[in-house]
Design a protein around this ligand. Structure first.
Ligand SMILES: Nc1nc2c(ncn2[C@@H]2O[C@H](COP(=O)(O)OP(=O)(O)OP(=O)(O)O)[C@@H](O)[C@H]2O)c(=O)[nH]1
Ligand SMILES: [Zn+2]
Length: 360
């Protein structure tokens, strides 16, 4: 790594990105990390501070999908010129991890929420909000994006220690081995356990339903001075109106991404299944000859006959197949793998018992 890129380590740059930048031939460019996106303007940070930036016309022209445009958390190749108040973004360095959600509608389109997140803190409140199935859906989304999950149970002040213990047992008996931190923003209990896992140079985000205490927790984690915004131009001079920063650097050097997309993520990402847009296909599927019909070539498939008859649009069906292979397949493969792991664990246990091996 060059010394310039070493200075970027504080913002999460590492050997992984370095290797990707070399592969792409972008290693010679100046690099910066996106801390906010405001329509066509971006706010980026590098070792010399924060700058406004815009996308290069050529980059915009060459980009076919909106998910390939820079989002919060991305590393970008940037050029600064003395004549322009904006830095010009020429490229995006490949993403190590992503949080994205399906855009509404039949066409399979994804919307980027943020990238290059190391750990997602999945927040549920002990009181009212707690739901293991929803937790599993969040875990699937997060792991599909290659983000490491940690579960936060908030509002412990509203439940008895026994109830809290039962909630944790429910999580464990669902086969979820993810680290769980219980906390109360009111008493402050457990908040330090969250602080302890936040490492400098790593990027975190909070996911969870509205009202579970994410903002309250973020406010506890943020030092006051971070809220003051000083935005300079590409030349390093002048001040401009404030952009709401979505990537926040905490006092200890850990980074926290909190953006509007993340706030809606729970509803559109983890909670909306495929059912809504493909209700017609699911209705037909119940009439297929085989209950495990994949609707691709089976005899007696009601979905395929509906296409033949013209009562189901082929394009709609193709979207269904594509989305199923892209999303449900990954989701299921993760859940199935975990079930298998669990089954394997039981198998090992019983085999040990048969052989008379017991834990000392
Ligand atoms: N009793 C109790 N109340 C809490 C706790 N944490 C947050 N609250 C309260 O719960 C309400 C919602 O908290 P927020 O932090 O705004 O929740 P949020 O998750 O940020 O919600 P959105 O901004 O809608 O995503 C507020 O009235 C908080 O004061 C807690 O640990 N215990
Ligand atoms: Zn079928």
């Amino acid at each position: 790594m060059s010394s310039a890129s070493e200075q970027l380590n504080q913002f999460g740059w590492d050997e992984w990105f370095d290797a990707k930048a070399h592969e792409k031939g972008s290693a010679e460019h100046r690099l910066a990390r996106v801390v906010a996106v405001d329509r066509d303007q971006l706010l980026v940070i590098d070792e010399s501070g924060e700058f406004r930036a815009k996308l290069a016309g050529r980059f915009l022209y060459m980009t076919e999908q909106s998910i390939d445009l820079p989002c919060v958390g991305d590393w970008v190749c940037i050029q600064y010129s003395t004549s322009d108040m904006y830095g010009i973004i020429h490229d995006v360095i490949p993403r190590k991890s992503v949080l994205r959600r399906k855009a509404a509608g039949d066409i399979i389109e994804y919307q980027m929420i943020a990238s290059n997140i190391d750990v997602a803190l999945i927040v549920q409140a002990c009181h009212f909000d707690f739901n293991v199935n929803r937790l599993e859906r969040y875990l699937v989304m997060v792991r599909n994006g290659h983000v490491h999950p940690v579960v936060l149970l908030t509002k412990t002040d509203l439940v008895s220690p026994e109830t809290l213990q039962q909630l944790i047992e429910k999580i464990r008996s669902a086969g979820i081995n993810t680290e769980v931190i219980a906390l109360s923003n009111v008493t402050g209990e457990g908040v330090n356990n969250v602080r302890e896992i936040l490492q400098p140079g790593k990027t975190y985000c909070l996911l969870g339903s509205s009202g579970v205490g994410k903002s309250t927790l973020i406010n506890q984690l943020i030092g006051r001075h971070i809220l003051e915004t000083k935005v300079v131009s590409g030349t390093g001079e002048g001040r401009h109106t404030t952009v709401r920063r979505e990537l926040i650097i905490l006092d200890n050097g850990a980074m926290l991404i909190d953006n509007p997309g993340m706030r809606e993520f729970g509803i559109l990402g983890a909670e909306e299944g495929m059912g809504d847009s493909f209700a017609d296909i699911y209705a037909l599927a119940s009439k297929c000859k085989y209950s495990d019909c994949s609707h691709s070539n089976e005899p007696g498939c009601a979905v395929l006959s509906a296409i033949e008859e013209g009562s189901l649009h082929r394009a709609h069906y193709q979207n269904f197949i594509k989305l199923r292979s892209e999303s449900e397949f990954h989701d299921l493969s993760y859940l199935e793998k975990r079930k298998k792991d669990k089954a394997f664990g039981r198998y090992i246990k019983s085999a040990k018992k048969d052989l008379g091996i017991t834990r000392k």
